[in-house]
Ligand binder design. Structure first.
Ligand code: SF4
Length: 326
């Protein structure tokens, strides 16, 4: 097959091209959806899909969260021209700016934001008290109180997973609303809606095992059957960073300016406070997309300030602890 004879001498790339070809061209699948983000993994995935999709069964979609880099939007147009495909845009059920205004801003991570949101809903005072006492005072808030009191079975779901966070919140209770609902309304629910309203039988996404985090650890392999009607395929699942680099060089893949000019390691919603590198992102955005810089500061300003305060507190506590242990 020409596809394989032209491929680089790399087992991961070769094996996965064969698998992609057989999945995409399987007679089992009549209608396939592939979600494009404009990020570098998504670029490789799109290249693989367009190389394999001989019957044009794949529909490409992009979820517009309402807080996107202009560089990402420009890159999507470039991809449409390059591959002569349409990347259909789906708007957020509620755009991020509106969700943050109505429900609160994201802080640290999805889980932390969700737990704080629940506590704030019941006017919790962020006190260091025993679980039973707190539970009798806030009976509708069990799960979040278990997080707060480190009672969850899995350590990943307890507050001590984030060092000094409990101490920080006790000393500095949040004075603004915190929430992770922008992820729900701008991403999760939009994808669910699209899948439930269309009769796709295969969904293709660009998750890689090596990217780490909740997204990749949720899966064991590149493919799974979904009882609710469509299967899931992740063509890049086994790619390590080195395979991606080799693929890029071999097939001359050009990524968005977010990488080549702004210097980002990854892309997503503009300057999301969850991002470890949001300060670097802010510096780049101020330089390259000044209007977006003003927007993100309006939307996430409280969370940026609070995160900075937490980081300072964290450093101070670590220092204090070291001095005590001397
Ligand atoms: S990634 Fe960040 S900004 Fe984007 S929807 Fe989720 S919390 Fe909101």
């Amino acid at each position: 097959m020409e596809l394989i004879s032209n491929a680089p001498q790399n087992q991961t790339i070769g094996d996965n091209l064969v698998r992609a070809w057989s999945k995409i061209n399987s007679t089992q699948y009549k209608k396939i959806v592939c979600s494009i983000s404009g990020g570098s993994d998504s670029d490789v995935m799109l290249d693989i899909c367009t190389k394999c999709d001989k019957d044009n069964k794949i529909e490409y979609v992009w979820f517009d969260t309402g807080l996107e880099y202009q560089a990402t939007k420009d890159h999507l147009r470039y991809l449409e021209d390059k591959y002569e495909v349409e990347i259909k845009e789906y708007k957020a059920i509620k755009p991020i700016p509106l969700t943050c205004k109505q429900y609160g801003q994201p802080f640290i991570s999805k889980h932390v934001s969700e737990m704080i949101r629940r506590l704030q809903k019941y006017h919790f005072k962020f006190e260091d008290r025993d679980f039973d006492e707190l539970y009798s005072e806030y009976p509708k808030c069990k799960s979040a109180l278990e997080w707060w009191c480190n009672k969850k079975k899995s350590p990943a779901f307890n507050i001590k997973q984030n060092k000094w966070l409990k101490e920080f919140l006790i000393k500095n209770p949040p004075t603004f609303q915190i929430s992770n609902l922008c992820c729900k309304y701008a991403k999760k629910d939009v994808a669910h809606k699209l899948l439930s309203e269309n009769d796709y039988d295969l969904q293709i996404v660009g998750v890689r095992k090596a990217e780490g985090g909740v997204r990749s650890t949720a899966y064991k392999s590149c493919f799974d059957k979904n009882g609710s009607g469509y299967d899931n395929y992740r063509p890049l699942f086994w790619y390590k960073d080195i395979d991606k680099i080799e693929y890029d060089e071999h097939y001359n893949i050009i990524h968005s300016k977010c990488y080549s000019e702004y210097g980002f390691k990854r892309t997503g919603c503009a300057c999301c406070p969850f991002g470890r590198d949001f300060e670097e992102e802010l510096i780049a955005v101020e330089k390259y997309e000044p209007k977006l810089f003003v927007a993100v500061n309006n939307i996430f300003g409280d969370s940026y300030e609070y995160t900075r305060k937490y980081k300072e507190f964290y450093k101070g506590m670590d220092k204090k602890k070291k001095e005590i242990n001397k």
